[in-house]
Design a protein. Sequence first.
Length: 513
Amino acid sequence: MLHLELIAPVATLLDRHAKARPDKVAYWDSLRSVTYRQLAERTAQIAANLVKVGVRDGDRIAIYLPNGVDWIEACLAGLRAGAVLVPISFDAAEAEISYRLTDAACGLVIAHASRKELIAKIAGQAGISPQVIHAGPSAAQAGTTLEAFAAGATAPPPDPDDIDRTSFIIYTSGTTGRAKGVLLSVRGMLWIAAACWAPIAEIGENDVVLSPLPLFHSYALNLSVLTVLAAGASEHILERFSPQQVLELMQSGQYTVFPGVPTMFHYLLHRAGETGVARLGNVRLCISAGAIMPATLNEAFEARFSTPLLDGYGITETSTMVTMNWLRGARPLGSCGLPVPGLAVRIVDPVGHEDVAIGAEGELIVRGPNLMQGYHNKGAETAAVLRGGWYHTGDLARSDASGYLTITGRIKELIIRGGQNIAPAEIEEVVIRHPQVADCAVVGVKHDTLGEVPCLFVVAKQGAFDAASVTDHCRTHLSAYKIPEAIHLVAEIPRTGSGKIMRYKLVDGLKQG
């Protein structure tokens, strides 16, 4: 059942496929493609040149690029150089970029040439001076280029074979304001390829994946980058998701697998209804993760397209997937499936921590070879969630008699908007700095297509209150998906005696209003 041959150092996987299928296209985007032979050669050259300019074992390299082949090469070359990779969203706000660069102490940034001035500005304000390697069509005008690093190396790359070492720091929003850097290994990530994507989704060398997933996200890094490589498959990387483009590309018949988040499948279904599309070409499987898939959406999608849409549950702290519905066999709609082979899961009482009865709700905890190594520079937070070898997810779930799990809610106050995690406290820390705001709180409210969106409640200081000014303030300091959908003025923010926000009272107030 387990495809353990997929768990190997990146250099081993590249060498394997360069010999077995040298001229097969590994990845392509709207600008260029790369075969497995080219990918092995180019990443070796880039890695060797990274070492030549001073990158040493364990150094942190930030990847600040849009989706594309450049991203893939930067990632794989960084691993071959022995670096720890820090993916950064290409849409991140300045403050978010600065925090990641400084918190992870990134000594080098591989960035798109269009971000040259922004990187310089952030570096100057933060008092740091990382080396910058530029990518993209105008990279030559910006300075040192990734393309130049792909040629001319005289020494072999380090190619570390220790796949248990920390190889990624992936920042994820939590219940505290600042994002936490999750420490992950190549082994943990490839375990999901070997135990989930290969045996359950049956992804293999004959698959052609069409991926709109943002590569900085753990779900995409695991499936769209590392699993495609490990399996020897091919992949078309989209820079952004467009339902019309995806439906048009699928009609070509060359794609077999499409991974997405629930919001994407909602938009695909809606667009197909407008245009009359009833089939997805030769796509044999769609995969959903990142947020809870409504059973009604799953059912409607499969009914229209006659294509399986498999839902699963995953989190960054477990190298993504914890449970998954199988391509074959029973599949209760609304459930996130069975535990991935090799993982142990329990549903426990959040207070007493005893296992609950079948069908009862409790906190989902996980143990397995895919657990994170901890949070970067956050010992207390790590100790709070990793206890006795178990990761405490903070998510509520229940299990049926056959072992299928359903996620029912969250102990955490995390908002999941279209598959993107949003910490209410992160928005609150930004809003409270606005000169017209005396106090504030953020809650998640239900949304028909995005699942949840952030809603802001504000206690204004004396004088005029300008909601548009607060929204503009948020746009300056936060990514677009974190901007509150609505702002409500209130007389006070309900809090407990210890000062914790009672968010449920704000939600109840919205319902009554």
